[in-house]
Design a protein around this ligand. Sequence first.
Ligand code: HEM
Length: 451
Amino acid sequence: MGRPTGRVQGGPPPVHLYEGVPDDREEFWRGLRKVYGDVAPVYLEPGVPAWLLLSYEVNRQVMVDNHTYRCDRRYWHDLEHGIIPADSGVRAINEKRQSVLYVDGEEHQFLSTGLHEAFSALDQQRVLAQIQQVAEELVDDFCARGHADLIGEYARLLPLNVLGRLLGLGQAEVGELAVSMDKLWSGGSESPQGAAELKVLLTQLARNRRASPGDDLPSHLIAHGQSDTQVCDQLTLIIAGTNDLVTNTIGAALRRLLMDTWLASNHAGSQMLISETVNYVMLHSTPMEILVGRFPTRDVRLGHYSIQAGDCLVLGFSAANIDLLDRTPHAQTAFTRAHLTFGTGPHRCPRHGRDLGQAMAETALSTITSRLPDLRLAEPPEQHRWVPHVNVRALVDLPVRFTPIHPRSGPPRLEQMHSQRRDYREITSREPEPAPATTAWWRRLLPQQKE
Ligand code: HEM
């Protein structure tokens, strides 16, 4: 019997997280907190036990105390001692990597500084212009049709195309990366293959940029002293953050905007409403619901459980946010930015990641609503389908209708990469300072709202 479950004598049984979760996530997380309290014993996959953190306070406490709770996977007893088998999806995702999210202390500081400097070296005006251009081109691709699936044709393609530009890659190459990333995060039998493919693709990218640098992220990481392995592992994390999480945010925010008639009729005149809608979704439809994790360096007591050094703690972002909503009067929490969606403590999502994610989401919303002013849902919201996996809050699709308009000019320029990727419906499992970004440079530079 695994270590965490060994301690649960007489209590409610461990939750099998890999078996999927119902659509009503708020009730699901609330229900777990009611039964288990602040912490629940879980299985990430058969034979891989862990502890899921369910309250705001315990999540926060674990995230800020990097001395007791490490990110470095070498502290994970079952991973380090080969108890989690070589062909496990959980192992493929959590194998030791030289990226900020997998190390602590001085190594973390070095890698963080490298990332920060690489992002700062990018021409920020150009990145924002690229986001806007990608959004416009994607709308051009379907605007004459009068209907579209805003997940497959917009929310999934926008971050991917922006990513291509950040990495200095063509669309076919980014499509290849996305396919491998999908395999890795599937958490299933394809995960090890996805990890191996990413390693080959990204290490080759690092070598190419070392030989012939450009104005792109890999070149700037190299210029700031990162090795090929570090570039490869850091980019793996950035692709994961940019790809799925931003897609989920855009999808849920578009749905929210179109569900709310008041928001939908007023959004065009107000950038603030767009920002608020994105924040609302961060809080209520948290794009990453859970994440492995942290590894205690000593035995600790959390919730009703005694937890051993080397056990695996799973951060519960959604459960923490719902706990926050439940504990605070409604008027104060409806639009609060004190959520844990971007984490907190030394490993919180860095400012460049938050700003880039928010800039992509806000530009996606403002562009499509100004180009297609009578955009409306093609199905009642109750019929919308969510990916059943516990790790993400992701819409399967989002069919919409609108009055057809002419594309701005010329033929579509963006390759439709979704044809190369697996559909969310085929995916059975996947796994990556609560403060407003008031001074964010991306936000300050956001294009003015069009009339
Ligand atoms: C809506 C989009 C996003 C969400 C919800 C999100 C959420 C998070 C969360 C919760 C963490 C903390 C994980 C932990 O404590 O273990 C994190 C870390 C991180 N995120 Fe994001 N993220 C998003 C977008 C991005 C983007 C676009 C990038 C990069 C361009 C990015 C880069 C990172 C990095 C590098 C870390 C690790 C920081 C460290 O360990 O020091 N994220 N993100």
